[in-house]
Structure formats: structure tokens, C-alpha cells
Design a protein around this ligand. Sequence first.
Ligand SMILES: N[C@@H](CCC[C@H](N)C(=O)O)C(=O)O
Length: 263
Amino acid sequence: MLRQFHKMHGLGNDFVILDAREEPLAITEALARQIADRREGIGCDQLILLEPSATADLRMRIFNADGSEVQSCGNATRCVVKLTGAATIETAGGLLSGAAHGSEVEVTLVEPRFEWDAIPLAYPLPTDPMPMGWENLDRPYIVNVGNPHAVFFVDDLDDTDVEGIGPGIETDPVFPERINVNVAQVEGNALRLQTFERGAGLTRACGTGACATAVAAIRARLVTSPVTVHMAGGSLSIAWAPGEPVRMRGSATHVFKGTIDLQ
Ligand SMILES: N[C@@H](CCC[C@H](N)C(=O)O)C(=O)O
């Protein structure tokens, strides 16, 4: 069965986008893994499946490169707004909205959650910060922005082996649904960030990671909103105030479209 796909990226966090709004498509964990494989498939950090929605312009389903289906993806949301013109997007992590502004896209995610059972953690613990550490990373701020994030602030990001330490934190039993691991350095009213993504590893940028990190930094009074978050693939502007959803603005890039044979 031949299906058209789009290859897009948000700051180097790359996606294969399949549109199943008119012709249904079943994605298994194995198929998601195969499409995401950079040698045996098309290659991407996340596979995005678009479906019809009863409550929004479309429904967006997100599969990590390891095949796991997850709740939210900030960079993919900007790409889908740019590709389809959708103003509202239903996800497993909540209802999102977005609009293009010139070459950039602004997206409104959900209101961040901080309660232990909304992250979720395995048992009740403070999340602001969490009284735990892994190697030289200590006391993360835990935030759910549709998907779960741990945010560590360090003095020098270049001194931290995020890729080395990420897997152990991602899969720690205290996080029963695993977690995205963010390590950030405050630079004036901006943040430098590296994210080890749940189910995808180190990516060049993570939209929800930038949102969770900005929210944690604003709550901890390390920065004030809006804040620029610099990542390996580029920068995002994040705005948030307590009691409100978090807003993110940045680029979205179409790379090519093609056809894949899904046996
Ligand atoms: N790259 C994303 C987040 C994708 C999902 C994440 N790995 C998870 O498992 O929650 C983004 O831009 O937000």
C-alpha cells in the first residue's frame, strides 16, 4: 500500500508525517520503529499520524523512534500547523492551538501540571524540586506540559554528559511512564538546553522540553517570561504565567515529501 508522507523538522527535531484523515492507517509499535529507523526506514525522531477529530481541526498522534505512543510534541505541533493550516489540534496530552506568523508558528500548549500523580511519579514526592539526584545531577523540577519532563539546572551545560546520564533517569522506576530529561543553564534571561528525549534519545531540540524548562525556570524565579531557549538546532521563545497555558514560538521547516510502501 503506497502512502504519501512529509518529512519536516522543528529546529532539527525531525518528523515523518502521515496524513490518515481521509484514508485510515493502523500504526503498530513495530511499524513506527521501522519508519523511524535511519538506515532501514525513512528516519525521524518522531512519527506523526494525522487523523480526523470530533473536537478539533485534526487529531495528532505521536510515536517516538522506539515505537512508543506518547501524548505531546511541541516541535511537531508547529510543523503540523504549518503543513495543514490547522488552528486546533487534539492530542492525547490535551487540546492545542496554533497559527502561523510569517516564517514562524506560535502554538499554545496546555496548562502545566506539577502534582506528583499528574506527572506521573510512582509515589507522592515534592516536584518543585524533587528531592533526588542522579550522579552529578540533583533536585530536578518535574513538570507535565502534556508529556512528562524532569528539568535539571546546572552551572555549565558543557560539563554535563546528557547522553550518558539520560537513559538511567528516563527509565528510573520513580517515573512509571518514563520521562524526558532536560539539562539547562541560565544565561541572563535566556536558557541553554539539551534534552534527552524519552523514546528518542538526545535530539537537536525539544519543544515541550523547552516549555517545561522555561516554566520551571520562571517558577523558580531564575528568569522572567518571555524567555528564549537556545538548543543545538536553534531557539524558541516561550511565554508563561501561572494558571495559564504555555505558549511557544519558533520555526517549522518542510524538507521533502515522498511515498512509502507500507506492506
Ligand atoms: N520532540 C518533542 C517531544 C516528543 C515526545 C517525547 N519524546 C515524549 O516521549 O514525551 C517536542 O518537540 O516536544
